[in-house]
Design a binder for this molecule. Structure first.
Ligand code: PEP
Ligand code: MN
Length: 315
């Protein structure tokens, strides 16, 4: 951590030691370097350091704030091999279990590595259909037993994490919930793999804080998913810079959601091309009858389109 200051250096050192205890402080050209403090826990002390009147600016590294995120390589092989390009495909929301089952079989045979199996949907309007919810768990469990594939599903309510144990191999934390710290804690405690979607507009540091929550509470399999900077205004966007930045900083798989970023099936392949060389995998919304989906209808691609995209992505 570097602290730029003006004023008396000895007084500043004294004040910092009062706050941080026995840390190493050295003078550099115009700033002081502070080392040997507890990474992560330093977060608690920063406001008091900022409050010292001679302190002008603090520069602190992400690794000093989120030490677990930087600690090791978090790529994993199960329930999904994240060391090679992988694809998570399926409907925006399950509307018909029979159709979902049929589509899941085709998608698996076509090369999807995991299936989107959403029964809980966050809706912008309180009148929106929220999926089958808890009442869909039993049926989804039966289908999962037959399909024998990795299922990915969003969970909105931390109290339901235990209940989805048997249906979701990977818990999705949606863009709206990237900063829902109660949900992050509970997901961490469950030790389940988590797919964490980046909240539109959030910075690298904000993503890292959420990752750190999951790691601190017990998860060690995380996939970060970039899904663009616009939530539901119809404007296509994907933030390739943030994908590159995350991958440069930490060793956690990063995928691109080429559906919620594209917002229109016309652009899904373009977004796949845009991110093919920088992301570890893809999430895509596919269904045999996209026109029947009550949500994101325009962006869901057909199984035929999926076959073309997967050919291009994987080979
Ligand atoms: C989703 O993937 O089902 C979803 C709701 O996306 P997001 O959280 O990125 O909006
Ligand atoms: Mn959707």
């Amino acid at each position: 951590m570097k602290i730029y200051f003006n004023g008396n250096i000895d007084l500043l050192k004294e004040e910092i030691k009062k706050i941080l205890g026995n840390v190493k402080i050295s003078y550099d050209n115009g700033f002081i370097s502070v080392d040997r403090f507890k990474h992560g826990e330093i977060y608690n002390k920063l406001p008091q350091i900022e409050n010292i009147s001679s302190v002008k600016k603090i520069i602190i590294e992400n690794r000093e704030l989120c030490p677990l995120a930087y600690k090791k390589n978090y790529y994993f092989k199960s329930p999904l091999n994240t060391y090679r390009k992988f694809i998570i495909a399926g409907p925006c929301v399950i509307t018909d279990f029979e159709e979902f089952k049929k589509d899941a079989v085709i998608l698996s045979e076509t090369g999807a590595d995991a299936i989107r199996a959403p029964i809980f949907k966050p809706r912008s309007s309180p009148y929106g259909w929220e999926g089958f919810g808890e009442s869909g768990i039993k049926r989804l469990r039966e289908i999962k037993k037959i399909i024998k594939k990795t299922f990915v599903g969003e969970v909105l309510d931390p109290r339901l994490i235990d209940k989805v144990e048997s249906i979701f191999d990977i818990i999705q934390i949606g863009a709206r919930n990237m900063k829902n710290y109660v949900l992050l804690k509970e997901a961490g405690i469950s030790k389940k793999p988590v797919l964490l979607k980046r909240q539109p507009g959030s910075s690298l540091r904000e993503v890292l804080y959420s990752v750190e929550y999951l790691l601190k509470y017990g998860t060690d399999k995380i996939i970060i998913c970039e899904r663009g900077d616009n939530l539901s205004d119809g404007i296509p966007s994907i933030n390739t810079e943030i994908i590159k930045k995350i991958k440069k900083e930490i060793k956690i798989p990063v995928i691109s959601d080429i559906s919620h970023s594209a917002k229109n099936r016309k652009f899904v392949e373009i977004f796949a091309r845009k991110t093919k060389n920088i992301s570890d995998g893809f999430m895509v919304e596919v269904s045999s009858r996209p026109e029947l989906s009550p949500i994101d209808t325009k962006q869901i691609i057909s199984i035929d389109d999926f076959k073309n995209i997967i050919r291009f992505i994987k080979w």
